[in-house]
Design a protein. Sequence first.
Length: 285
Amino acid sequence: MNSRRTFLRELTGAVRDVAVAAQSATNPAASERPPDALAAAQLERYSRQLVLPEWSQAAQRALAEASVLIVGAGALGSPVALYLAGAGAGRLGIVDDDEVELSNLHRQLLHFTPDIGVPKAHSAAAKLGFLNPEVVVEPYQVRLDAASAGGLVEGADLVVDCSDSFETRYAVNAACCAAGIPLVEAGVLGLSGLVMGIRPGASACYRCAFPSPPPSAPSCAQAGILGPAAGVIGSLQALEALKLLTGVGEPLLDAFLQVDLATHAFLRVAVRRRPDCPDCGPAYP
């Protein structure tokens, strides 16, 4: 797993080197710039977060070296991917086997009307490339399930689960626990949602907090959802991802945040690891 992470970091650097070489070939003046010219451009791009007392160039470098897998390019995945790409994550893998539909567009802001019928993973990758060409974006038009989860999460420094099914959430949680990969979970429906950070072996996992799915859970098509509600929950999810990747701020561990956006009520619910948890209990003492 560590060797694959190293490979992905080297790949990210190689892609950037190719981009710089291509720019020099098309613009000879670019090759005459001082060696720190690209760094200066990065300082300008990320200046508003670099001036934060909590942030630093070390945090920015850590983010630039990180490989993040985003499961789902929909209502939650859109703000997560946009904010991580904008902040300067080194590599983003986008997993989604669906195609863009007209009913997605009010809340899935990575996709536009001309994208209807286009695979979401590829539609998302195209937008993210325009937002920040420094980020390596890899679309995976596949379905993540119990059989494929282990291979998909391998090599990631962090997984952000933006899926909309409990089956997928439990598959992602089990795979991340088995591989020791930090995870940010979330869900949203109607005007409410929740967010949870997970560090396998150190904090409660998703199954510790929710041992089994609810007996019946309506879908967005049945219960409805407002786009800004998904935007708020996805933004919180992206924030937790940045905390876990850089060490800046206090991540939401051993707890989940329940959000009621109809009343703007935020409730932090503490949870503990369960020794009998089938996902993280056997793997970690």
